[in-house]
Design a protein around this ligand. Structure first.
Ligand code: NAD
Length: 259
């Protein structure tokens, strides 16, 4: 019997990168999937991959910065599966300028997606989970949310806010048998990392390699993690094995940081 047999999960931003890795591992563990994503083409590709694994999946267009889009997503999701068991809030963006040299517009955009978008999704599904007295929420933070980096202060602050919201929500929903936890990935090579590289390199191609390799060298295990590694941790937190774990944050970073 698979760990998550018969369950249904929503993964926001599940069409690429870490979200895709999480969605595929949840499907391998027995879940049906809803890939809620801005880019429909990417979502359709992941849906096809999940179906080839023998699980059912649906792509829904979602913009977490728009409450109408969030509510429509939940309505459509509930026509696909009358009971949702797992929500993975993975959609996120990197700030668009380096250091504290960030515009108010970029600051707001980063918070709109990483903090308010995640809060919107949690709010939209909380009633459903409470009605069923069952639910697992996994918020994707970052090791930057634990130990801020001077290059990306607003992104790191947004990920620290995710950790705080995770604990508050765990307190609020715990009495309804709902677990709320966070994952803090270290460096994972995804399209977002390309943004990091291009910001840090400032047009000097050699620095791109330096920025990436220095993050690997700072880890205890000396290898980068893949979206699959984050997926394994998500499967654990979504499973009955983690039924008494809530309000926690787990680093998936090969020991890049140890707090
Ligand atoms: N890559 C890393 O090194 C790393 C490290 C720590 C944490 N993270 C976090 O992991 C998560 C996934 O990042 P990734 O590296 O796979 O990045 P990515 O850029 O490859 O994927 C981000 C996903 O979020 C979606 N998204 C962005 N804005 C959205 C919106 N308004 N509405 C709906 N979807 C939206 C994108 O379409 C995309 O699918 C993010 O929350 C990120 O902050 C990434």
């Amino acid at each position: 019997m698979k760990l998550l047999a018969g369950q249904t999960a929503i993964v926001t931003g599940g069409g690429q990168g870490i979200g895709k890795g999480i969605a595929i591992e949840l499907a391998k563990a027995g879940c049906n999937l809803i890939i809620a994503q801005r880019n429909q083409k990417h979502a359709d590709q992941v849906v096809a991959e999940i179906k080839s694994l023998g699980k059912d999946a649906l792509a829904i267009k979602l913009d977490v910065t728009d409450s109408t889009s969030v509510n429509n997503c939940i309505v459509t999701a509930l026509t696909f599966a009358p009971k949702i068991d797992i929500l993975v809030n993975n959609a996120g963006i990197m700030q668009s300028e380096i250091g504290s040299d960030i515009s108010e517009e970029s600051f707001d955009q980063c918070y709109q997606v990483n903090v308010k978008g995640l809060w919107r999704m949690n709010k939209a599904l909380a009633n459903h989970f409470q009605t069923h007295e069952n639910g697992k929420i996994i918020n994707i933070s970052s090791i930057g949310g634990r130990e801020p980096d001077a290059s990306f202060p607003i992104y790191c602050a947004s990920k620290a806010a995710v950790l705080s919201l995770t604990k508050s929500l765990a307190h609020e929903l715990g009495p309804y048998n709902i677990n709320v936890n966070a994952l803090c990935p270290g460096t994972v090579v995804t399209p977002m990392w390309e943004t990091v590289e291009s910001l840090t390199s400032k047009g000097q191609p050699n620095d791109q390699i330096t920025a990436y390799s220095s993050s690997i060298n700072s880890s205890a295990i000396k290898r980068s993690q893949s979206p699959k590694d984050v997926g394994y941790a998500a499967v654990f937190l979504a499973s009955p094995l983690a039924r008494n774990i809530t309000g926690q944050a787990l680093n998936v970073d090969g020991g890049q940081i140890m707090s």
